[in-house]
Ligand binder design. Structure first.
Ligand code: TXA
Ligand code: MG
Length: 355
C-alpha cells in the first residue's frame, strides 16, 4: 500500500527562524501527534519518528522499515524533564554522562517506567533507550510535537542508514507520512549506545559518535560488550547476518597497507577477468592505487571523522552502480574508527580477511 509522503525543506539553523521552516515543523509535528511517521534529520543519521506512546504509530515504523519486531527503538527527547515521564530514577554516572554528552550522539539504556511507552518500542524489555539529539530541527520537531519520539534510522531494514533526505526518499517514499529535509547529517554514523552497570561501569552496546576515550573522561571504567568482540570473529556458515549492507558482496581486508593494496589489486583483476563489476572502498590517501570499475574514497585516514561521514553515501553509491564485488580497506579502530570498523564489519556480513 502506498501513501502520500509529504516533503518539507528546512534550514535547520537556529538563526534562520523562517516562517516556512516554522510552518514545516508545525505540520510535521501535527502529523506525529496524530500517529503519523515522520523522517527527520539528527546529528548522526536521519531517523524515522513516531509517537513512542502510540502502538499503532510505532507499528507503522516497523512496517515501513521492514524491521524485525524484536529489535527495540531509541526514544528521542528534547529536554531532560521529559525523562521523568519515561524512566525510573537512575544513578550519578548516568547523570554525568547526560550532562557531558547531551544533546549529542549518546544513547543511554535506562530502567523504563512501566506503561510510559508502547511495549513495541522496547520489544517487551524493562529498559528503554533514550537520547537527546544535537540537531536544531530534531529538537524543534520533538518539542513542538510534545511527544517522546521513537525513531530508528530512516532506512529500509538492511540498507545503509540515511545521511541525506534523498536517501530516505529512495528507501521510504510512499511508505511514510513525511520527510523533513534538513540537509546532510553531521557524524554520519549512529549514536553510541551504552548501559551503566553496578559501580558506574559503562558498557558500550553499540559504538558510535561518542568514543570510548570520551566516555572515559566521565566514567573511569568503560567496557565493550562481548557481542562486539564476537562480531569481529570470522563468521561460521549460516551465522551470517548483514546490516547496513550494500547489495554487492563485500570483503573487508585488514593488514599492512602494502599487503592490503596488493591483495585487493589482484582480486579486482581476477574478478574483472570473470566479467564482474568490481568496487573498492578506500581512503583519500589510497584511492589512486586501484583500477576497479568503481573506486570510492569515504574520507581521509588522517581524519577518520570524514570517513565516518562518507561511509553510508559510499555504500549506497556501490548499489547505484550495480557493483557485484566490493573490497573494503580496514582502518584503525582508534577513536571514531571503532564505530567505523563496526559498521564496515556489518556491511561485509562479517566476511573479513587478514593479509
Ligand atoms: O543515531 C542514532 O541512534 C539513530 C538516530 C535516528 O537517532 N537511531 C538509530 O536507531 O540508530 P536504530 O533503531 O537503528 O538503532 C537502535 C539501537 C539498536 O542497536 C537497538 O538494539 C538498541 O539501540 N536498543 C534500543 N533499545 C534498547 C534497549 N532497551 N536495550 C538495549 N539496546 C537497545
Ligand atoms: Mg538502524
Amino acid at each position: 500500500m502506498t501513501i502520500k509522503t509529504q516533503f518539507w525543506q528546512v534550514k535547520g539553523d537556529s538563526k534562520a527562524q523562517g516562517e516556512a521552516d516554522q510552518a514545516a515543523i508545525a505540520a510535521a509535528a501535527k502529523l506525529l501527534r496524530a500517529g503519523g511517521t515522520i523522517a527527520f534529520p539528527t546529528e548522526t543519521v536521519y531517523g524515522l519518528g513516531a509517537d513512542a506512546r502510540q502502538t499503532a504509530a510505532v507499528e507503522s515504523v516497523f512496517a515501513a522499515k521492514g524491521r524485525p519486531s524484536d529489535n527495540p527503538l531509541i526514544v528521542h527527547i528534547a529536554k531532560e524533564e521529559q525523562l521523568q515521564t519515561l524512566v525510573q530514577p537512575y544513578g550519578d554516572t548516568e547523570k554525568a554522562l547526560m550532562r557531558r554528552f547531551w544533546p549529542g550522539p549518546l544513547t543511554l539504556v535506562l530502567p523504563a517506567l512501566e506503561g510510559a511507552v508502547s511495549p513495541r518500542v522496547t520489544a517487551g524489555l524493562n529498559t528503554v533507550a533514550v537520547r537527546m539529539p544535537d540537531h536544531e530541527v530534531a529538537l524543534r520537531l520533538i518539542t513542538e510535537s510534545g511527544c517522546p519520539v521513537a525513531a530508528p534510522s530512516a532506512n529500509r531494514s538492511g540498507r545503509p542508514s540515511p545521511t541525506l533526505a534523498e536517501h530516505v526518499r529512495e528507501d521510504l517514499d510512499g511508505l511514510i507520512d513525511g520527510i523533513v529535509d534538513g540537509g546532510p547529517t553531521g557524524v554520519g554514523l549512529e549514536s553510541t549506545v551504552v548501559l551503566v552497570e553496578a559501580q558506574g561501569v559503562v558498557r558500550i552496546l553499540r559504538p558510535g559518535g561518542i568514543t570510548p576515550a570520551q566516555l572515559r573522561e566521565v566514567a573511569p571504567t568503560v567496557l565493550l560488550d562481548e557481542s562486539l568482540e564476537a562480531a569481529a570473529a570470522p563468521r561460521s556458515p549460516g551465522m551470517k547476518y548483514t546490516h547496513y549492507a550494500p547489495r554487492g558482496s563485500m570483503l573487508l581486508v585488514h593488514g599492512e597497507p602494502d599487503n592490503v593494496r596488493a591483495y585487493i589489486a589482484e582480486a579486482v583483476r581476477a574478478a574483472k577477468e570473470q566479467g564482474e563489476i568490481t568496487g573498492v572502498l578506500t581512503y583519500d590517501e589510497h584511492a589512486a592505487s586501484y583500477d576497479a570499475d568503481v573506486v570510492i574514497s569515504c574520507g581521509s585516514l588522517m581524519k577518520l571523522e570524514t570517513a565516518a561521514q562518507g561511509l553510508y553515501v559510499a555504500l549506497r553509491e556501490f548499489d547505484a552502480r550495480d557493483v557485484q564485488r566490493i573490497w573494503a580497506e580496514a582502518c584503525s579502530s582508534e577513536g571514531i574508527g571503532l564505530a567505523l570498523m563496526n559498521r564496515l564489519e556489518k556491511a561485509a556480513g562479517h566476511q573479513i580477511i587478514h593479509v
